[in-house]
Structures are given as structure tokens and as C-alpha cells.
Design a protein around this ligand. Sequence first.
Ligand code: ADP
Length: 370
Amino acid sequence: MTLDPQLRSELAAIVEPQLVRTLDELGFLGAVGEVNGAPRVELVVPVTEWPNLAAIEAAIAERAPGASVVVRAMNDDERLGLRNFLRGAMAGDAGPGHHEHGDAPPRFMDKLSKTRVLGVSSGKGGVGKSSVTVNLAIALAQAGYQVGVLDADVYGFSLPKMLGAVNDPIVLGDTVIPTLAHGVRCVSMGYFVPDEQPVIWRGPMLHKAIEQLVTEAWWDEPDFLLIDMPPGTGDVALTLSEVLPRIEMYVVTTPQAAAQRVAQRSAYAARKLKLAVRGVIENMSWFTGDDGRRYEIFGAGGGERLAQELGIPLLGQIPLDTQLRVGGDSGEPVVVAHPDSEVAQAFVALATTVAAQGPARVYRQELRLV
Ligand code: ADP
């Protein structure tokens, strides 16, 4: 048996799941040869513990049954080449010869981009903002959208754990490759601060950290980038209003009157920054007992009242469910672990509503002045 001359091009066309580019474009495909009558394929990856090796090897086995796969880590030049390719691809100039210009801003930041940036905020902590971010993100990904989440809640980075994003992101020089978990790309600012050490985020440092993770992580051009923001009215909203002025704000609250009042303050602060506040999400709305009755543990009507006061829609009501907390603690979010549950279905409905309401402002090419 001689090596099929087509084989190399077939293997080169395999799409890497995390970077969503072909092995050829990424420089992941090394030598393809033959040993003792069987194909031998060399994979060249940024680090030998590349998270999707099993999936890539399975794709190779499909096209080259019986092939042996040898994995090698990229050398410094190859890593730099990949970094330049990714930055160029993200900026929208991936054509040959453009790699050295890879530092243009990512295309998703452009106002004509398809990407919608959703800032999830709340008046105070503990209302379930991070849980809502995670489950909404996965529900959007399950609906077929490309989704990223940035954990910017500097008071407690909880997203990676909730998402089960156990691998640290891979850093290629100055470019961060988010962890892929349940179909969602995730980067947490928490990865870049020392473990267990309290960090006092001063304005300029916070600004720089957020700006870097927005502009230098491999978000590609997702349909949705969700940002888990710290509760309250602080610096992060100010930074985001400068870095991502197209951000749409979503306010999470509970049905309680007191929670509603603090949520309102954070919505007004966002409006002061000229951010579009798009809707209210009420969490912990009720608990459905075994008897099928709804118990309104935190009262009722807070979300609706807040929405009315702000003149925006109440987009969803999420019930209380122990499975949601358990899923958050174990990294198997409830929309994945119990997709048929009432709470998971509430997130699916919320995702549908958020997607259906479309971007905040429609920028039309023909109306551009410059
Ligand atoms: P925040 O981000 O607002 O601080 P979290 O998402 O971290 O809030 O939620 C706080 C705690 O409440 C977590 O333990 C979470 O699992 C739990 N929780 C949030 N929403 C619900 C819900 N609808 N049902 C049950 N537990 C919830």
C-alpha cells in the first residue's frame, strides 16, 4: 500500500474545534508519511497537552484508518507564527502576507460586526448574576451561536468553576486562547491574579486588564460575547463603555423590593455612561414544590417593577432550583445536566428572547459618514 497522495490535503482540511480554523491554516499538520505500510501523521501543537487532541486524533483516524499520530510541541518560531496568524485572522486580514500586521483591533469590536456584547450586571452580589451568565451563554451556544464569556467580576471570579472550565487558558506570547467548556469560550481575569491573594483593583490597572482580555484573547468574531460584570456601579462599567461602547446591558435582580432598588441604581449608572440597558432578568422568581405549586420565596413582582421603571422589557424569570446550585458547584451547569428541568427551560426561553430582540442599534453601512 502506498500513501494516498490525497491524504495530506484531507488531513489539512480538518477543523480544529477550539480555534475553528483548519490544521493547515494553524500550522498544526506536520509530516505525513508512511511507516510499515501504515500512515504516520505528525501533529504540531502549541503545547503537548493541547485540550482537543483526542478530537483531532479521532478526525485523523476517520480519514486515515490505522494511522499513528505523533504529537510535537511547536518551537518558538512556530508559536509566534500561530500567534500572528490568529491575531491577523481575528482582525480580518488573514490573507497570506498580512500576518505581520496582525495587531489591528479585533473585527468583533467594530460597530459593523455581527458580534453582540452582552454585559450582565446586578445591583448587589448573590442574586445569581454569574449563574445567569453561564447558563444563558450555554443556552445560546446550544442554539448554534458562537459564544464567549469574559469573567470580569473582580469581587469573586466564579465563572470557570461554574462552567467546568478546568484547563487554564493557553497563552501564546501576548495572546490568550480561552478555555472551551460546554461549547463556550471562557476567559477569567481570575486566571491572571495570584491564587488566594486579594487584589486591590485600581482604576488604571483594572482598565488595562479588561482592555487586554477584550482585545488580546482569541474571541474570533463570536455571535455573542457575554461579560460577567461586578455588581454595583463601578469602574468596570466605565472601562467597558470606553472599550466596547456597543455593549448591551442586562440587569439581574430578584423579586424582592430591596434588590430591585439597588438594581435600578446600577441601571441608571449604565445609562449615565450612555450604555443601552436592554432588559431585566429576574432570578429566584419562585420555587416549584413537589405538589406542583409555585412558592414565591423572595416575594413577587420585583423584576416587572424594575422593567417598568426603566421602560425596558422583563426578558425572563428563572425559578429557584437546587439543581442550579449543584450544577454551578460541580461545573455541570443545569442547562447541560438537566436540560428538561423547568429552570433549564427558562434559560432556553431567555436565550431565545435575547437573540430575537437583536442588537441595540442597527448601524447601516450606507449611513456611515466616514
Ligand atoms: P452572583 O453572581 O450574583 O453573586 P451567583 O450566580 O454566584 O450570584 O449565585 C449565588 C449562589 O446562589 C450560588 O451558589 C448559586 O448556585 C445560587 N443560585 C443562583 N441562582 C439560583 C437559582 N435560581 N436557584 C438556586 N440557586 C441559585
